[in-house]
Design a protein around this ligand. Structure first.
Ligand SMILES: Nc1ncnc2c1ncn2[C@@H]1O[C@H](COP(=O)(O)OP(=O)(O)OP(=O)(O)O)[C@@H](O)[C@H]1O
Ligand SMILES: [Mg+2]
Length: 418
């Protein structure tokens, strides 16, 4: 059996967060919601700040060559865990033992010095990893070639686009031969071609017997890359073991949450919270709420919201993604694509989006729902917001209900022979 390279025991991280006061026009609603929330949550209220356990009693170990997928819903503590392992923040309790050099790629903005050029940052990072100048020099061309940033090598990285930044940061982390490579979801920033290149590189790193820790919401990617999985739920380990089992546990748990917890009370969300998504329904062409959808029919998707800002909000962008069960996005719909200006009224309301000829094949799907104010402020974002079931539609109008198998999107083609 290969050597133990990483061991964490009872790792816990507590954040002190400033107490937010309730908006005056939502006193009762907020009082109820927040009392439910604080009862349910790990938050312990003190006078003006609250202690919040982002990670609690996390223990696991990794052996050389393990590729661990860290999975969990928004706010589960994945990034916190990676930050602790990369020594970017200190644990409140617990121990971390790591044998070997760690290179990590966390959110954009960590790891590089903004004023230094790309070239200088490569050397700086190499030095931090304990490599000599000549070792770094030997790797330099490979890094630059991988990152595709030749032209910008002597530009300070603060002028890089986020895509360029991630490309260089990944190239540095992966090529400087760390024993342990830690990668958070940032790869999602790059284009899909570059993402694939990174995933291939991580596979190589794993094959060379080095250890990889990887966070993603995409179960397809986790399943392809990792051999082990840790599922985090509310800062605790819900499962630790073989990766396919971990994925099953995660999918089953998130399905339970979707079914049982009302949208407004869900805690696996991010955003400023000035607006919260509060309900979701699908209406058929008669305006009746339906549970099971049929391909080829027309529907309205209705998103309810509570606006805590007390103001009318104009230029709100509503978007939702339809994902398959493994987390691959199949369709993305966004009001800004069709230049539809969404105005939210100052208290509660609904936004409806019409979808004609539903092009989804039989199956279960999940929706990620996203409200943002202009392009700048994420108001509310629920990654695994709701699920829908499509069954028994006759998309092609041929009487062959539900066909074909194994595909997700349906489209009518016109055929001719010449
Ligand atoms: N610096 C901080 N101060 C206070 N709370 C924090 C801080 N960093 C994270 N948190 C909170 O800790 C919890 C876990 O956050 P974390 O970023 O680790 O989640 P995550 O699993 O990475 O989520 P996501 O999938 O959205 O990236 C969240 O509720 C978050 O709001
Ligand atoms: Mg995160």
């Amino acid at each position: 059996m290969s050597n133990l390279v990483l061991q964490v025991e009872n790792l816990s991280k507590c954040y002190q967060i400033a107490h937010r006061s309730n908006a005056p026009n939502f006193l009762l609603r907020d009082a109820i919601a927040s009392s439910v929330r604080s009862w349910l949550s790990r938050k312990v209220r003190t006078r003006s700040t609250e202690s919040f356990w982002a990670l609690e009693d996390v223990s696991f170990s990794l052996r050389e060559g393990d590729r661990l997928g860290v999975i969990g819903r928004n706010g589960a503590g994945k990034s916190t865990l990676l930050k602790l392992l990369s020594r970017i923040t200190e644990p409140t309790r617990g121990q971390i033992e790591i044998l070997g050099r760690v290179a990590s790629l966390l959110e954009v903005g960590t790891g590089f010095h903004p004023e230094l050029t790309g070239r200088e940052n490569v050397y700086l990072n190499g030095a931090i990893l304990g490599m000599s100048r000549s070792e770094i020099r030997r790797k330099f061309d490979e890094i630059v070639q991988f990152a595709e940033v030749e032209r910008f090598l002597d530009t300070p990285v603060k002028r890089y686009s986020s895509g360029m930044y991630v490309r260089l940061a990944f190239a540095v982390a992966a090529h400087l031969e760390p024993e342990i490579l830690i990668v958070d979801e940032v790869l999602a920033v790059g284009d899909t071609q570059f993402q694939q290149k990174c995933l291939n590189k991580m596979e190589d790193v794993g094959r060379e017997g080095r250890t990889v820790l990887f966070v993603s919401h995409n179960m397809q990617t986790i399943g392809a890359l990792c051999n082990r999985g840790v599922v985090l739920e509310g800062g605790r380990v819900a499962f630790n073991g073989e990766v396919q089992q971990a994925i099953e546990v995660y999918l089953e748990n998130s399905y339970q949450v979707i079914r049982q917890v009302p949208l407004l009370e869900r805690r696996d969300r991010s955003g400023s919270g000035r607006v919260k998504i509060s309900s979701f329904r699908v209406l058929d062409s008669q305006g009746q709420a339906v549970e099971i959808l049929k391909s080829g029919l027309d529907y309205e998707f209705e998103f309810g919201y509570v606006n805590y800002s007390g103001q009318i909000l104009e230029n709100v962008i509503v978007s939702f993604a339809i994902l398959d069960e493994r987390g691959q996005t199949i369709l993305l719909l966004r009001t800004s694509f069709t230049e539809s200006n969404v105005v939210l009224n100052s208290s509660l309301g609904v936004v409806r989006g019409r979808l004609n000829d539903l092009p989804l094949a039989n199956g279960s799907y999940r929706l990620a729902i996203f409200f943002s104010y202009r392009e700048s402020e994420v108001l509310d974002y629920l990654q695994d917001a709701v699920s829908i079931v499509v069954e028994g539609g006759d998309f092609f109008g041929t009487g062959q209900v539900g066909l074909p198998q194994k595909c997700k999107l349906l489209m009518k083609a016109e055929w001719r022979s010449l």
